[in-house]
Design a protein around this ligand. Structure first.
Ligand SMILES: Nc1ncnc2c1ncn2[C@@H]1O[C@H](COP(=O)(O)OP(=O)(O)O)[C@@H](O)[C@H]1O
Ligand SMILES: [Mg+2]
Length: 291
């Protein structure tokens, strides 16, 4: 395949698997949105930043909340300001254009340069939201009836959409995206991720922390498994606290950095207590190696 687009090869501060790198490049080549799914902490948000950095493009982030509507991404007509100006200002309010504020999609479309547009955590919004965006993402334009203007993308943005898989997305939406599921990193990859953030971390400490971390994640019935962000905080706490690596797996110091639910805390402390040494210690090692 000949390529006439910039290839994403990753950045030094983002560890990317070959599969994911390929998905990014296919999405860019086909000008389709890349939909990234995966549990929190799998580097979805950071990937968009890494793509923008690697390709030297501006990143526009649209953070989706439960109340976000598709229209917010296009434009809003600030009628309240216009009414205010009508009553109290001495401005000419007949030019409606000054009250049209472009949303993130509008910003991406009107940008002089191609941008990376991150639509982050799309599953936070209601089910209509992705469907309402289909048209604009397909044809890359939208109409503003108030000013009879049509905003057309000067350069098709590279669109990255993330979902924590809280909700299933509608089929018509899925059909239009290149889909990639980022699975939770295995220990080897996690080791590289941590080293990117803390290059000077002592190896034994890192290995013991990883062993304990994957042991915790392997425990069933946790309400919230710790993710990469928590692990990054934990290794930092262990290092700053001067914890000897021998104590990490046995004692799980600063456990509050990893677990945020009381019940999980109790579960893990109980199981650590029952774990003892010898045979069970090996179980931990086995889990770590096989993960
Ligand atoms: N592949 C990776 N390379 C470097 N850091 C990563 C990677 N994946 C996750 N991280 C780190 O883990 C944390 C969570 O990543 P984030 O992109 O916010 O995850 P998500 O958006 O999937 O919830 C961030 O601190 C990020 O720096
Ligand atoms: Mg995120």
């Amino acid at each position: 395949m000949t390529t006439n687009f910039s290839r994403f090869e990753g950045t030094e501060d983002y560890i990317v698997s070959e599969d994911l790198r390929n998905s990014v490049n296919v999405a860019v080549a086909l000008s389709k949105p890349l939909l990234l799914k995966g549990e929190p902490g799998t580097g979805k948000t950071l990937l968009a930043q890494s793509i923008a950095k690697a390709l030297g493009l501006q990143l526009i982030i649209w953070n989706i909340k439960s109340t976000t509507k598709a229209q917010d991404g296009l434009y809003v007509y600030d009628t309240v300001q216009r009414l205010y100006d009508t009553q109290f200002g001495n401005k000419d309010v007949s030019d409606i254009k000054q009250y049209i504020k472009l949303g993130k999609l509008g910003e991406a479309f009107t940008s002089e340069q191609q941008v990376v547009l991150l639509i982050d955590e799309i599953d936070k919004a209601d089910l209509e939201f992705p469907n309402d965006l289909l048209w604009e993402l397909d044809v890359m334009n939208f109409h503003i009836p108030e000013t009879s203007e049509t905003i057309t993308a000067k350069n098709r943005p590279i669109v990255i959409i993330t979902s924590n898989a809280e909700k299933e997305l509608p089929d018509p939406f899925l059909r239009r995206c290149i889909f990639h599921y980022i699975s939770f990193p295995e220990a080897d990859m996690m080791e590289q991720i941590i080293k990117v953030h803390y290059p000077d971390l002592e190896n034994t400490l890192l290995n013991e922390a990883l062993k304990a971390f994957y042991w915790i994640r392997s425990q069933h019935n946790l309400h919230k498994k710790p993710s990469t962000s928590e692990l990054l905080d934990w290794v930092q706490a262990l290092s700053a606290g001067g914890i000897s690596p021998d104590h990490i797996y046995q004692e799980l110091p600063f456990l509050g950095t990893l677990l945020k639910k009381n019940q999980d805390f109790d579960t893990i402390l109980r199981r650590v207590h029952n774990r003892g040494t010898g045979e069970n210690q090996q179980t931990g090692t086995r889990i770590f190696r096989n993960w």
